[in-house]
Write a protein that binds this ligand. Structure first.
Ligand code: SF4
Length: 280
């Protein structure tokens, strides 16, 4: 058995919430640079330069990269040989998220009820997805997910006969209809298979695919590459100003499904990529 302290989880989540909101990863800065090099539309190039500069200033001053500091979404993988000392794991996560948003002066963006809409004042509750795995490791993938991009996401229960052409058409339509709303350049997470609720989760998980040990499938890699090329021909461009850099990446996750179904979901993330994996 591995024993992990409750307070260790609280403090790690708190620090990570602040870090992902204020400190742009090297990966994100590289994506801006690649876009800046590729763009020959001067306005779009300038927008990317400004986005990069914004991220650099945020890091220097430890202020959020964007005012929408998002919903905290967490994917937990809990080893069967893990014991949390000092409390319940969900309580540790709630406490860490709360302290991170409070101590980091991050905007509190959650309302207690979708109709009466009172702000909870501490960005709680987070959205937690839990999977039990063998072993003595606890891993937590944390995302701060902005609403501008989340609102442009879509799901469709397609007929199996629509196949890959139908899937590509749906992804292209979803991104085209989204236009500048999700703050491009975007990352496009695509879920294919499972069922209605499962495919939405696959699309969200696809946005952080690199954190999971998913064997590479050359067929999927090719579809991701083709889709990225097609999406970047839509001329949406950085923040909707046109150009070649509408999409940073496309990531697909697939699962088995019913013989009569072809569920597809598209979950969009804005240019502000705010993810981190914690391993205990
Ligand atoms: S979609 Fe992203 S960049 Fe746009 S406002 Fe929301 S968090 Fe900020």
């Amino acid at each position: 058995m591995k024993r992990i302290s409750f307070n260790n989880i609280v403090n790690s989540i708190k620090d990570s919430v602040i870090e992902i909101n204020c400190v742009a990863s090297k990966e994100l800065l590289n994506k801006y640079d690649t876009g800046i090099m590729r763009e020959n539309n001067e306005l779009s190039k300038k927008v990317l330069i400004n986005l990069k500069q914004n991220a650099i200033i945020a890091k220097e001053k430890m202020i959020p990269i964007c005012q929408d500091t998002g919903t905290a979404v967490l994917f937990l993988e809990i080893g069967t040989e893990v014991v949390i000392d000092g409390g319940f794991i969900y309580d540790a996560i709630y406490e860490g998220v709360k302290l991170g948003y409070q101590e980091g002066y991050l905007r509190k963006s959650i309302v207690d009820n979708p109709l009466s809409r009172n702000n909870t004042g501490n960005n709680l509750p987070p959205i937690i997805h839990t999977k039990l795995v063998e072993g003595d490791t606890l891993s937590i993938v944390l995302l701060a997910k902005g609403a501008g991009s989340e609102n442009m996401s879509a799901i469709k229960m397609m007929a199996p006969s629509e196949g890959i052409n139908g899937i590509e058409k749906f992804v292209l339509e979803t991104v085209k209809n989204a236009g500048s709303n999700p703050c491009p350049p975007i990352t496009v997470g695509v879920g294919i298979g499972s069922n209605f609720e499962g495919v939405a989760l696959l699309a969200k998980k696809a946005l952080v695919k690199e954190f999971f040990e998913i064997p590479e499938d050359p067929n999927i890699t090719k579809i991701e590459k083709d889709l990225k090329e097609k999406l970047n021909l839509l001329n949406i461009g950085p923040q909707g100003f046109g150009g070649k850099t509408s999409v940073f990446d496309v990531a697909i996750l697939m699962e088995p499904c019913h013989i009569a179904s072809l569920p597809v979901a598209v979950n969009i993330n804005c240019h502000v990529i705010r993810h981190k994996k914690l391993v205990f």
